[in-house]
Write a protein that binds this ligand. Sequence first.
Ligand SMILES: [Zn+2]
Length: 160
Amino acid sequence: MTKPLWAPWRLEYIQAADEQEGCVFCLAAEGDDEEKLVVHRGRHAFVLLNKFPYSSGHLMVAPFRHGVEFGDLDDEEALEIHRLAAQALDALRRTAEPHGFNLGWNIGRAAGAGVIDHVHLHAVPRWGGDTNFMPVLADVKVLPEALEDTRRKLAEAWPP
Ligand SMILES: [Zn+2]
């Protein structure tokens, strides 16, 4: 068993999410791709970079619909989220050559969800040895320029 990722800066995210006006996913869905770090848009769901990542290239796939429970996603949303996650892995493989991935849903604040009203699937690239989080810590204070650069690379590498 690998150790769980420990990401202290996520606390800042969870606190910020509590204070933020509006939903980060809805704001991203309505906003500018570059500014909101949206990597790809489908018909029912879209993919964006996490501003407070567990690791470099941490992506999230979310339906456009707000306030839907995980179990109430319709078939089209569920299928597209799955397909977008698979494409996200492809794009990450092409750009960052990770050794593995964690895919997961955090349902509820107690499970680590920063945003509880807008379900989303995390796709987190992993590298051998990153559980000592030294390579991860290099990204702790992720510069906005670094995120913009990563967004552009992933968007360009997105599979057809
Ligand atoms: Zn929302």
